[in-house]
Write a protein that binds this ligand. Structure first.
Ligand SMILES: C[S@@+](CC[C@H](N)C(=O)[O-])C[C@H]1O[C@@H](n2cnc3c(N)ncnc32)[C@H](O)[C@@H]1O
Length: 292
């Protein structure tokens, strides 16, 4: 099929997503392949602003508006082509967002090592979403077959491991935590949490369950969000306590732009280790600050 240039660009994006979802979401693989070969649907998507044409967002918006997933491509197609404006409005209003506490299972051995050498940690996460990853000390861990860390009273996060993993000997000491995000998610907002869940791929039931557990965890009651302006330091008023070891983490695109992550040019990978101060200073449109 030979397509006009603008449709070909969208088709390429969806073909790429079909490859990315292979083995992880049969539904999204089918939907992406379906879109890539469907000129009418490609035209519908091409009429969206460029930053809003991404498969994750279009598929999540369709699901948000009732399209069954897992479900056949025909359901997505019908919803988009007969859309009275609801799916399009969702796409324009929202952005794809996740918050995956499972990542902590890979970070905690390193965090524990820093703490063992430097003392209690001050955690600052850029791109913190709902701030769920700011509570690594509220989980138990299993790194089969190498070891476990128990005693937090929280759920278990598991990551199979191999090689010389430094299994932590004791609980992780966290003295301070703070998060920065252009669009912080308030876990008390049911709609916001429902959207987070909708952004999890259809077949990833385990991931969705982990998200629900994390949102319900007692840690949420201690979390508070506040908005800050671009001229305000995200951590002003909540200085890192003396004697804590800073640990800076980011999964957000970098650099930050004043129009947010969907803006052209804002999609570079974050240079976590080399630019922490610059990134933290620039990404100050909104912040979540949490204390023990
Ligand atoms: C993929 S999510 C990851 C959330 C969380 N860190 C995790 O690991 O589960 C990326 C987050 O980065 C935020 N974000 C994107 N661009 C940003 C920027 N320029 N500055 C601050 N936050 C940003 C998004 O709003 C989103 O919440």
């Amino acid at each position: 099929m030979s397509l006009p240039v603008d449709l070909e660009a969208v088709a390429r994006q969806y073909r790429g997503f079909a490859v990315a979802t292979r083995g992880q979401s049969a539904c999204f693989e089918e939907w992406s392949s379906g879109v890539a070969g469907d000129e009418e649907v490609l035209a519908w998507i091409a009429a969206l602003p460029r930053g809003k044409q991404q498969p994750n967002l279009v598929f999540a918006a369709a699901r948000w508006n009732g399209v069954a997933a897992p479900g056949p491509y025909a359901g997505l197609r019908a919803a988009l082509l007969s859309d009275g404006g609801a799916v399009r409005a969702t796409i324009l209003e929202r952005r794809t967002q996740t918050n995956e506490v499972g990542r902590l299972a890979t970070l905690v051995p390193a965090l524990a090592r820093v703490a063992a050498e430097a003392g209690p940690l001050a955690l600052l996460e850029v791109g913190t979403s709902a701030g769920l990853c700011l509570f690594p000390d509220r989980y138990d861990y299993a790194w089969p077959p190498l070891g476990t860390l128990a005693g937090s009273g929280g759920p278990v996060l598991t990551a199979p491991a191999e090689g010389p993993l430094p299994v932590p000997a004791g609980p992780l000491p966290v003295a301070w935590r703070g998060g920065i995000d252009v669009a912080p998610v308030d876990v008390r907002d049911e709609q916001a949490v429902a959207w987070l869940e909708t952004c999890v791929w259809p077949e990833q039931d385990e991931r969705r369950a982990r998200l629900r557990t994390a949102v319900r965890s007692p840690a949420r009651t201690r979390r508070r969000s506040r908005r800050v302006t671009s001229s305000t330091s995200s951590t002003s008023g909540s200085p890192k306590p003396a004697g804590t070891a800073p640990w800076w983490s980011s999964t957000a695109p970098w650099p930050c732009t004043s129009t947010g992550p969907d803006a052209p040019g804002s999609s570079g990978a974050c240079a976590a280790s080399s630019r922490p101060a610059a990134a933290a200073g620039s990404a100050t449109r909104a912040a979540t600050s949490c204390r023990r």
